[in-house]
Structure formats: structure tokens, C-alpha cells
Design a protein around this ligand. Structure first.
Ligand code: NAI
Ligand code: MG
Length: 488
């Protein structure tokens, strides 16, 4: 807000809504120049390293280990040695460690939020208010189950599996770590986790939380590296693989694991339908559409990337949406006013650019937020495509960026048919005043999560996961414990 316009008839109103910069200080984050592998409660040296950068300006942040096959095998061996003692602890003792981790995460939340935004490019507003509090909440939640497994699964004698290998993506680095590690430890397993190559730093800082919580050595092991490190973990002597990432890699992992007795859960891509009926509260729906696709730059597996608008309200919805998009503040992730931050990597930016070019080529009409993008770093303006046919690539493929495709429908039946016309099935949204229609739709949508009059809402008590090419298995809630347990 700058100049206030003086008017004699009423109190002053702001003439211009330009925000003054409000950068979050990065002083709280102390990075090492080089990181090793966190195995057995110690930092082990690795032969090779690579630089991890800040996507907002491409500056190097630290050098991170590229774990080899032998490094991974060693980490899994250490996790195996630690497994029996960890499983033998009373659940109430394991719970204490998980509560401790949750509290330390909450205490150090600002440090984690700043680092998450630095390394991943997401707005500090989101890492501060969503990622880190939810990460802590998952440890709190699963701590509560650790001594109640017999009650959670009565007459089934739940037992831990042993060692879990966990591979996570770059869109919610610490949150995905929590989704994986908290239920695994609560169930009595030890873990070897591999963060994504572009966002390893909060996982490496998490090792310091593990140390502070005095977790027995070997219960949590973190190995960094690229896809080859992930592949080595899949092939190592683990009892379970939990993977979140692309459908392509998910399928490759499923093939590798077939014929072994390793358990597997896959949380893969999505192309969610966000469906707006003509009786919906339009302003709220527009907020939900914006949150659905521009939250975390659209790097969200459950993003509402296909908007279905009932034909009778198509014009007002698109008009309101464009107006709202023009007010989105795009820029420095470390600025507390920023709504849309940096694209995570050059590779991801190129993928978004390719699909957007295909959308134009195929004949869709493009509108982009009139924002000024920083010169350095990876950026993409919030984008919406209208005039989209179901067959276009932008309506079929996961873009994983701030790009929305708008389609229309006339009847609820048509909405269901079009929404389900996708190889994916992770999430969906319904906007209507009618409760009966919400239930009717939710029963027919082939999606693991269906939101009604809201979008992108997460809670540790609520299971999350997909159908079809979005994967199988559930994370979160009681359902999220089951894949980490064996039963009689
Ligand atoms: P990716 O699936 O290659 O990476 C995810 C994780 O898997 C990373 O930790 C990576 O190192 C690891 N990985 C890669 N190859 C592996 C292999 N052969 N065996 C075991 N682990 C392996 O995803 P990427 O390349 O970062 O992104 C490509 C596209 O995938 C994105 O544009 C997006 O559409 C989608 N994606 C979906 C995510 C989701 O949450 N559903 C998350 C990340 C990406
Ligand atoms: Mg990949």
C-alpha cells in the first residue's frame, strides 16, 4: 500500500495495492558446505557429491552426497541391525521419541520453513503455515498410535515389517518425509529414506532433529542422490518400498518389486477435476480454483488442474478467475507477501513450457497473470487455458505447474463422465450448495480424495491415495499404518 488518496466525503482509501518487500531473513539457517550420508546416527563420507541450488536465483546452497549402490546397501544393513531392538521397544517408548521429534520440529519450525523455501522455491507463507506445521502434526498423530496398534487392528496381531525403503519427491520435501517416517516408526520399523535430488536440505536438517531426539542409531537413515540411488534402494534388502513421485518411475519400481516379497505403496501423479456447479458460491469457488492450481506453483499431485464449469456460469467464473489471477503476487519465495514462488528446477520449467506450447499449438486460448518475473531463477506466470478439448495434452497429462485447463459440462452425469475420463484418480473437488449432489458426485468420481466446497486440505487423520495410474495404498490416518505392518 503506498499513497493514500484523500477524499473529503470518506476516510482515505488506498490508491494502489503494491506491497512493500517483506523478505524473511535467512540468517537462521546454517548450512554446511558439504553433507555426507546419515547412517547409524553418524555422518558417513561419500565418494561423489553434487551441488544443490536455490531455484529463486540458481545460487548454490551446499554440496550433497550422491550415494552409491554400496552406500545404500550399507545403510539398509545398518537399519536391519537396528530393527529388532526398535521393534522390541514398548509402543509407549517409541511414542516418546515421536512426540519428541514433533515438538522439536515445531520449535525449529522457522528454520525449517526458511530452508524449505530456499531449497524448493515455495513461498515462505506456505512452508511456514502448511508444510512445517503439517509435518509436525504427522509425528504428533502417529505418536498417538504407537502404543495402540492392537486396538487399531484388533485380533490381527500387528507386527512391524522390518526395514522400510522410502523414496520421496521435491514438491513437499519435509512433509513427504513425515508422511513416510512417522507411520513407519510408530509401527516399529526402521527406515532408509532418499529425498529428491533437488530438495535434500530439510531432510538433512531433519537428521539433526533425530540426533536431538536421541533416537537410537540406525532407526532413521537418510541417503541422498539421484534416481540411481533410488533404484539401488528398491533393489536392496528392504521389506517395503514406499514411493511418491512420477507414474513412470512408479511403474518401473512395481516391475522391479514384482516377484519379491517386498511390500509396495505408490503415490503417483494426478490430473484432478475441480467441478463447479451453477448453484455454487462463485467467489468462494474462485478462491478454491486458485488454491487448487496455484498453491505450491501447481507442483501438487492432487492439484485441481482440470476445471469443469457448468456451462451456464462459464463466463462469470472465467472473468472472476482472471481478475483474481491478476492480484497473485509472483516472486521471491522468501518474501512473506509472495503467493506464487519459483519453479522447482530447470527440468520442471522445461516440462511446463513444453506442455504450454502444446496447448497453444492444439488451439486452446491462453491467459497469463500480468506479473513481472524475476530475471534469475526459474519462473512461470500463473496460466489458464480456455477453449480446451478433452483430447488436448494439457487436459490429459500432468503438467505439475501453475497451469489450469478449463472445460465445461451441462449435467451432473456429463461432469462425472468427463472428470473420470483420465488415467489418473487421485483427487477431485465439487462446488455446489446441494449436499445431496455432493454425495451423489463423490460416489461416482474415481478419485481417492474428494473435497467439497474446499480444495487442497490436508490432515494427518485423513487417508490419502489414488486409484488407477495415481497408485495404490493409503498414507495418513489409520489406513497409513497398515502398509507398515504384518498381520497373522
Ligand atoms: P521422479 O518420479 O523421477 O522422482 C521422484 C523420486 O524418485 C526422486 O527422489 C527420484 O530421485 C526418485 N527416482 C527417480 N528415478 C528412480 C528410479 N528409477 N528408481 C527409484 N527412484 C527413482 O519425478 P521427477 O523426475 O522429479 O518429476 C517428473 C514428473 O513427475 C513431474 O513433472 C510430475 O509430473 C511428476 N511428479 C509427481 C509427483 C507426485 O507427488 N505425484 C512428485 C514429483 C514428480
Ligand atoms: Mg525423474
Amino acid at each position: 500500500m503506498t499513497d493514500l488518496e484523500k477524499r473529503s466525503d470518506r476516510s482515505p482509501v488506498p490508491a494502489d495495492w503494491t506491497y512493500a518487500p517483506a523478505p524473511e531473513s535467512t540468517d537462521i539457517v546454517r548450512l554446511q558446505e558439504r553433507y555426507g550420508l546419515y547412517v547409524g546416527g553418524e555422518w558417513l563420507e561419500a565418494a561423489e557429491h553434487y551441488a544443490t541450488i536455490a531455484p529463486r536465483d540458481e545460487s548454490p546452497l551446499a554440496n550433497v552426497a550422491q550415494a552409491s549402490e554400496a552406500d545404500v546397501r550399507n545403510a539398509v544393513g545398518v537399519a536391519r541391525e537396528a530393527a529388532a531392538a526398535w521393534a522390541a521397544l514398548p509402543g509407549s517408548e517409541r511414542a516418546k521419541y515421536l512426540f519428541r521429534i514433533a515438538r522439536i520440529l515445531a520449535e525449529r519450525s522457522r528454520e525449517f520453513a526458511v530452508l524449505e523455501s530456499l531449497n524448493g522455491g515455495k513461498p515462505i507463507k506456505e512452508s511456514r503455515d502448511v508444510d512445517i506445521p503439517l509435518a509436525a502434526a504427522h509425528f504428533f498423530y502417529y505418536a498417538g498410535w504407537a502404543d495402540k496398534l492392537e486396538y487399531a487392528f484388533p485380533n490381527r496381531e500387528p507386527r512391524p515389517l522390518g526395514v522400510a525403503g522410502q523414496i520421496i519427491p521435491w514438491n513437499f520435501p519435509l512433509l513427504m518425509l513425515s508422511w513416510k517416517i512417522a507411520p513407519a516408526l510408530a509401527a516399529g520399523n526402521t527406515v532408509v529414506l532418499k529425498p529428491a535430488e533437488t530438495t535434500p536440505l530439510t531432510a538433512l536438517l531433519f537428521c539433526d532433529v533425530v540426533r536431538q531426539a536421541e533416537l537410537p542409531p540406525g532407526v532413521v537413515n537418510i541417503v541422498t542422490g539421484d534416481g540411481s540411488t533410488g533404484a539401488a534402494l528398491v533393489d536392496a534388502d528392504v521389506d517395503k518400498i514406499a514411493f511418491t513421485g512420477s507414474t513412470e518411475v512408479g511403474k518401473a519400481i512395481q516391475r522391479r518389486v514384482a516377484g519379491t516379497d517386498k511390500k509396495l505403496t505408490l503415490e503417483l501423479g494426478g490430473k484432478a477435476a475441480n467441478i463447479v456447479f451453477d448453484d455454487a458460491a462463485l467467489d468462494q469457488a474462485v478462491e478454491g480454483i486458485v488454491n487448487g492450481i496455484y498453491f505450491n506453483q501447481g507442483h501438487v499431485c492432487c492439484a485441481g488442474s482440470r476445471l469443469f464449469v457448468q456451462e451456464s456460469i462459464y463466463e462469470p467464473v472465467v472473468e472472476k478467475l482472471k481478475k483474481r489471477m491478476a492480484t497473485l503476487r509472483v516472486g521471491d519465495p522468501l518474501d512473506k507477501n509472495t503467493d506464487v514462488g519459483a519453479i522447482n528446477s530447470r527440468m520442471q520449467l522445461e516440462k511446463i513450457e513444453e506442455l504450454v506450447a502444446a496447448g497453444k499449438e492444439e488451439g486452446a486460448e491462453i491467459y497469463q497473470s500480468p506479473c513481472r518475473l524475476p530475471e534469475k531463477g526459474y519462473w512461470f506466470a500463473p496460466t489458464v487455458f480456455t477453449n480446451v478439448a478433452q483430447s488436448y495434452r494439457i487436459a490429459q497429462e500432468e503438467i505439475f505447474g501453475p497451469v489450469l485447463s478449463v472445460l465445461t459440462f451441462r449435467t451432473p452425469d456429463e461432469a462425472v463422465e468427463k472428470a473420470n475420463n483420465t488415467p489418473y484418480g487421485l483427487s477431485a473437488g465439487i462446488w455446489t450448495e446441494k449436499g445431496s449432489r455432493i454425495l451423489w458426485m463423490a460416489q461416482r468420481l474415481r478419485a481417492g480424495v474428494v473435497w467439497a466446497n474446499t480444495f487442497n486440505r490436508f490432515d494427518p487423520t485423513s487417508p490419502f491415495g489414488g486409484y488407477k495410474e495415481s497408485g495404490f495404498g493409503r498414507e495418513g490416518g489409520l489406513h497409513g499404518l497398515e502398509p507398515y505392518l504384518d498381520f497373522v
